[in-house]
Design a protein around this ligand. Structure first.
Ligand code: 1CP
Length: 347
């Protein structure tokens, strides 16, 4: 079974020889070649130069037996393309030059011009597709809610109170902004699928900040809005995965988004999610901190996860991954230990 076949079989609900494996944020700051590239080039420059984006996306595939590549880009490409002017300083997080302050801002966002400004994130997919052989390929975007968090706050935050307040004080404006993000995201994902992505992941990093009923009322329809704009492939719905960080309390309503797969946060018990969603692909969900605890801890945690996966449905519809992205101090040895347990799993 090739890596790509294994990944597609997980979505088709077919038997697996073992779960396919990839790792959120598998490219990036924990890798030596990535740091070398970043010493020479700005972050947007790496994203917007297909040869550089491909080089950093390939580095983890050369080091680890991963079944899938994810295009090198960022969720904040969409607000930047709409005109919010996103920059990354050295060391700190993103800054939004033109944050969302009121209705007049949304009126100025350039939805019509976004596809041309996002063409680099489609070219990067096409470039990577040609370089990864029989591996699966993922495109991605940020969820409209998580993009609203950065747009309203203007920068990173622990609690994103500007966006959460906006949702309560001016839900109509929050909705207009999220609809713009959803439509731009759908356009990007459609183009990435057409350029050779096998699946797309929607990152809702800050979805877990919302209580269930607010999430259901305001965010679920926005994820649906994206999913409904993606074309079917060979009679089956486009392969979509939704990751909601801190979203344990939201898992019961996430099926209403229409996605085909859920990427579970590390705090969500695998079996609880499986009981709620027997037909969805589940992905996850090793705690990234486990990797900081070293190779032995990583291997033990991975074995426990595989045991939980195997008890349901004969181990189908599973993707081995982390419960959030790899952290910068992670060692190559710890990642290797995790990968070895998955690739040697008896299924
Ligand atoms: O070199 C650097 O310092 C830049 C660090 C970096 C990297 C490597 C940023 C800035 N973005 C990325 C790439 C990236 N971002 C990828 C592709 C790499 C891969 O996975 O292999 C992906 C999928 C993302 C997604 C992303 N960006 C998310 C969602 C996933 C998650 O981790 O929760 C979020 C929230 C962002 C915003 C962002 N971009 C970069 C930073 C430092 C941040 C976080 C800002 C904050 O603290 O709020």
């Amino acid at each position: 079974m090739t890596s790509r076949d294994r990944f597609l079989a997980a979505f088709a609900g077919e038997p697996l020889d073992r779960p396919p494996l990839w790792l959120m944020r598998q490219a990036g700051r924990y890798l030596p070649d990535y740091r070398a590239v970043r010493a020479q080039h700005g972050f947007w420059e790496v994203c917007k130069t297909p040869a550089l984006a491909t080089r950093v996306a390939l580095e983890p595939l050369a080091l680890f037996p991963l079944d899938a590549a994810i295009v090198f880009s960022d969720i904040l490409t969409i607000p930047d393309a709409l005109g919010l002017d996103v920059t990354f300083g050295t060391g700190d997080g993103p800054r939004v030059g033109r944050p969302l302050k009121g209705p007049a801002d949304v009126e100025q966002w350039d939805l019509a011009g976004a596809p041309a400004k996002l063409a680099f994130a489609v070219d990067a997919v096409a470039h990577l597709r040609g370089a990864i052989g029989e591996r699966a390929l993922l495109g991605f975007c940020g969820s409209p809610w998580t993009l609203l968090c950065y747009a309203a706050e203007g920068q990173g935050s622990d609690d994103f109170r500007a966006a959460r307040t906006l949702l309560l004080t001016d839900p109509a404006l929050a909705r207009r902004a999220m609809e713009a993000f959803a439509d731009a995201a759908a356009g990007l994902l459609r183009a990435q699928l057409a350029a050779g992505a096998d699946a797309v992941q929607i990152f809702d990093t800050w979805g877990g900040l919302l209580p269930r009923e607010l999430y259901r009322a305001h965010v679920v329809p926005m994820i649906r809005r994206i999913v409904e704009q993606l074309p079917a492939v060979g009679g089956a719905p486009a392969r979509t995965i939704l990751f909601v960080r801190g979203g344990h309390h939201l898992v019961p309503v996430l099926g209403e988004t229409g996605v085909q797969g859920l990427s579970l946060d590390w705090r969500t018990p695998w079996r609880e999610a499986r009981a709620l969603h027997p037909r969805l692909v589940l992905q996850g969900n090793i705690d990234p901190i486990t990797l900081l605890a070293g190779p032995d801890a990583s291997a033990a945690e991975t074995r426990a996860l595989l045991a939980a996966m195997r008890t349901d449905d004969g181990g189908r519809r599973c993707i081995a991954n982390l419960g959030h992205g790899i952290l910068p101090p992670t060692t190559v040895d710890a990642v290797s230990a995790l990968c070895r347990v998955v690739t040697e799993a008896a299924w």
